[in-house]
Design a protein around this ligand. Structure first.
Ligand SMILES: CC(=O)N[C@H](C=O)[C@@H](O)[C@H](O)[C@H](O)COP(=O)(O)O
Length: 228
C-alpha cells in the first residue's frame, strides 16, 4: 500500500471500550463496515484476530493494526513486542502502529520499524511530543501520530478535551506525514487538524465509543444544571 492512499483520509478507529457490551468482533467488523460505507479511508483496529476479521470483510481498505498490552515493567502499551508486529503483519494490516515515545521499552523503535518495513508494510509511530516525533521521523517511520499526546507522564497536563493542534503543526512543519489522532471529538476538530498540516486524521471515541460520547453529553448537561 502507498502512503498517498491515506492523504487527507479520515481513519476510523474501531476499538470498543474493553469488556463493554460493544466489545465483540462482530460489532467491530460492523462498525468498520459502516465507517467505510460512509467514506472512511482507513481503519484502526486493535488485536491481530480483529485485524484479520476486518481485513477479510473489507479487503480493499487499509487497516492500521495495533496490539495493546498492559505490562508491569513499562508504561509502553501499543505494540510493544516484535511478536505483536509479526502477528499484525500475518493478519494483513497494511500499516503497523507502535509506541514511538522515548520511554523505557522492551523493544527499540528501530527494531519494530525494521520488522515492519521488512514485510513491506508502512510504519506509524504513536508519539506524545515533538521530540518523539522527530526521533521517529529520523528513523524512517512513515506516519507520525499525535496519538499519545496527553497520555504520558510528560504530557499529562495538556487539555483532556481537545486535540494538540500545535503539535500537529510543529511535526508537519518538520516534514512529517502527521496522523492527527487523540481527542478529535468534532468534525470541526478534524478539519482544524488538516488545517494545521495533518496528512490524515484518526477519530476513535467520537465515532465508535458510545460510552464516551454519552458521558460527554451527560457531563455538559450536568454543567448546565449547575449554572441554573
Ligand atoms: C492513548 C491511547 O491508548 N489511544 C488509543 C490508541 O489506539 C485509543 O484508545 C484511542 O481511542 C485512539 O487513539 C483514538 O483516539 P480518540 O479515541 O481520542 O479519538
Amino acid at each position: 500500500m502507498k502512503l498517498s492512499q491515506l492523504k487527507n483520509a479520515l481513519v476510523v478507529s474501531c476499538q470498543p471500550v474493553p469488556g463493554s457490551t460493544m466489545d465483540r468482533q462482530d460489532i467491530i467488523v460492523a462498525m468498520a463496515g459502516a465507517a467505510v460505507a460512509a467514506g472512511a479511508g482507513g481503519l484502526r483496529i486493535e488485536g491481530a484476530e480483529h485485524v484479520r476479521a476486518v481485513v477479510q470483510a473489507l479487503p480493499h481498505v487499509p487497516v492500521i493494526g495495533i496490539v495493546k498490552r498492559d505490562l508491569d515493567d513499562t508504561p509502553v502499551r501499543i505494540t510493544p513486542y516484535l511478536a505483536d508486529v509479526q502477528a499484525l503483519i500475518a493478519a494483513g494490516a497494511a500499516v503497523i502502529a507502535f509506541d514511538g515515545t522515548q520511554r523505557s521499552r522492551p523493544v527499540a523503535v528501530a527494531d519494530l520499524l525494521a520488522a515492519t518495513h521488512a514485510a513491506g508494510r508502512l510504519a506509524m509511530a504513536d508519539c506524545s511530543t515533538l521530540e518523539d516525533g522527530l526521533a521517529c521521523l529520523a528513523l524512517g517511520c512513515d506516519l507520525i501520530g499525535t496519538t499519545l499526546s496527553g497520555y504520558t507522564e510528560e504530557t499529562a497536563g495538556l487539555p483532556q478535551d481537545q486535540p494538540n493542534l500545535p503539535l500537529i503543526a510543529e511535526l508537519s512543519a518538520a516534514g512529517a506525514a502527521v496522523m492527527a489522532e487523540g481527542r478529535i471529538r468534532t468534525a470541526a476538530d478534524a478539519a482544524a487538524a488538516l488545517g494545521a498540516g495533518a496528512y490524515c486524521v484518526t477519530v476513535g471515541s467520537a465515532i465508535t465509543r458510545i460510552e464516551h460520547i454519552t458521558e460527554w453529553f451527560i457531563s455538559a448537561m450536568n454543567q448546565a444544571i449547575k449554572k441554573d
